[in-house]
Design a protein around this ligand. Structure first.
Ligand code: SF4
Length: 374
């Protein structure tokens, strides 16, 4: 399906009305105060797969802890992951860290302002490089995110699935054609903000929209049918058993090795739960294989459910008592600690294991629950 390039008159109206709307309605986001390149870059990485409100909270905390590229580059990976804890997709934090070190090494501690150089930074792809070049450095590059895809699909009645190559090529061509010279910072944000706030995913607020007369979907009563998304992907179900092992009022945690999902984050030991296997038996086996600890008492803790990338995970946590003395030489993890519960706050865990910790915090006496003598 070929979409005609909007006429000069339509383009001028879109510029006037959407830029006017943005000037009046733009949210006062912290990275919009001065548009410092470091702030714009961090916000763009942080907001991938993160809701705005949550992103703003993390952004403020992050900037307080790492106020500039130099402090981020000098931090340890553990400190960086701790600040990111709870946001998920931890490769984003590692990429920020690696990119900051690259900027200190190769760009005198500054964010490069050319698109080819931005594209060389870890974690910076086509969208992010253009967002930084246009929003931080006011260069004339269009950007297309999910909000722009949805807005264009409705405005211009695009009927192919928005992620299909055909629709992507149409949407990027429209974004190029509509970009007002010298106003990329405001225009790109206006499109994304308009898509997020007015032409939203659930139901577009057409009654507040200044361009209903230009919107083909509104004119034909088909806004609810777009964007066409194609078949919804079902999540892959995965189940795990997890052991919170208590000995001498301390809890065993181990650090995930490099090169695996959630590398360097901390976790409780455990393993996959096969279909049909009783979790209480599986946890004993999993702990023995992973740590060689022979646990005895297992008390089921509330089940934790969480989703990440394409997975829907269910964690079956157990509070376990280790009766024999702690023998560090027996476990197989490269890095491990035995810590009192409050000290777990200092380490970075994945979201699922952090949920287990928050439930543990409600257990007033771990030793008693785990069956140890008081
Ligand atoms: S009229 Fe409705 S569907 Fe069309 S652009 Fe405006 S808000 Fe979106």
């Amino acid at each position: 399906m070929k979409i005609a390039t909007p006429s000069k008159a339509v383009t001028a109206r879109l510029h006037q009305d959407l830029l006017g709307w943005f000037a009046a309605a733009a949210r006062p986001l912290p990275w919009r105060e001065g548009y410092l390149p470091y702030h714009v870059w961090v916000s763009e990485i942080m907001l991938q797969q993160t809701q705005m409100e949550r992103g703003v909270t993390y952004f403020r905390r992050w900037i307080k802890r790492f106020p500039n590229i130099a402090t981020l580059a000098a931090a340890s990976e553990e400190e960086v992951l701790k600040e990111w804890e709870g946001l998920g997709y931890y490769s984003r934090a590692r990429n920020l860290h690696a990119a900051a070190q690259c900027m200190v090494r190769d760009f005198a501690g500054q964010l490069p302002d050319s698109l080819p150089e931005l594209l060389k930074l870890p974690g910076v792809g086509k969208y992010t490089a253009r967002a930084i070049a246009s929003i931080a450095f006011q260069q004339d590059y269009p950007v297309v995110d999910g909000n722009v895809e949805r807005l264009f699909a409705r405005l211009f009645a695009i009927d192919e699935p928005v992620k299909s190559p055909a629709a992507q090529s149409t949407i990027w061509a429209l974004a190029e054609a509509l970009l007002p010279s010298g106003q990329a910072r405001q225009w790109n944000q206006a499109l994304m903000e308009f898509g997020a706030l007015l032409c939203g995913r659930a139901a577009p607020c057409c009654n507040l929209c200044p361009v209903t007369d230009l919107c083909e979907s509104f004119q034909t009563g088909t806004a609810a049918m777009r964007p066409v998304t194609g078949e919804a992907q079902k999540g892959i179900v995965v189940n795990f058993v997890v052991a919170v092992i208590v000995a001498e009022q301390r809890i065993y945690v181990q650090q995930r090795p490099a090169g695996v999902r959630w590398a360097s984050l901390w976790e409780f030991p455990g393993g996959h739960l096969e279909d049909g296997a009783p979790p209480a038996e599986a946890v004993i086996r999993a702990v023995q294989e992973e740590t060689q600890f022979v646990i005895e008492t297992q008390i089921p803790l509330p089940v934790v459910r969480h989703a990440y990338t394409k997975y829907r995970a269910t964690l079956y946590p157990f509070l376990c008592h280790l009766p024999s003395p702690i023998l560090p030489t027996l476990h197989t993890a490269q890095n491990y600690r035995w810590l009192p519960l409050p000290d777990l706050e200092r380490l970075a865990f994945s979201a699922g294991h952090r949920q287990i910790i928050s439930r543990l915090s409600k257990v007033s006496d771990l030793n008693r629950i785990a069956g140890l003598p008081e």
